[in-house]
Design a protein around this ligand. Structure first.
Ligand SMILES: [Zn+2]
Length: 123
């Protein structure tokens, strides 16, 4: 079947979406460069949560400066961390680091803009 003329996406919208994708790629590249150089001196930590909670209940932490996110193992918290798979912590275990406890609402708001895929982490 031959497509009807004008049945496709309007050109200005297609062009705008192309620009958005390029801007997002640039933002991700910048994010990864900053995260690779950051010493993660101040992190916010959402501690392990008991109970029937949506999603993972493991402790999570996020660097206040570069927004790199890490999910901890069951035993992670405070200054002793290992990754969820018990690998070496992405944010390290830096002596003298400032750890700010936060709740889950605050934690998820700190992520780099949700919906754009800018979630940080090692992915
Ligand atoms: Zn950082």
């Amino acid at each position: 079947m031959k497509p009807m003329p004008g049945a496709g996406l309007a050109l200005p919208i297609a062009e705008a979406m192309k620009q958005l994708a390029a801007a997002e790629a640039e933002a991700i590249s910048t994010l990864k460069k900053v995260q690779a150089k950051c010493d993660h001196q101040i992190v916010s930590e959402m501690p392990w949560r008991a109970g029937n909670y949506f999603g993972s209940r493991a402790a999570h932490r996020i660097c206040n400066h570069c927004r790199l996110i890490e999910e901890g193992s069951h035993w992670s918290g405070g200054s002793v961390w290992s990754r969820h798979d018990y690998g070496e912590a992405d944010l390290g275990n830096t002596p003298g680091r400032i750890v700010l406890p936060i709740d889950s609402d605050e934690f998820w708001k700190m992520r780099t803009e949700g919906g754009m895929g800018l979630l940080g982490g090692a992915a």
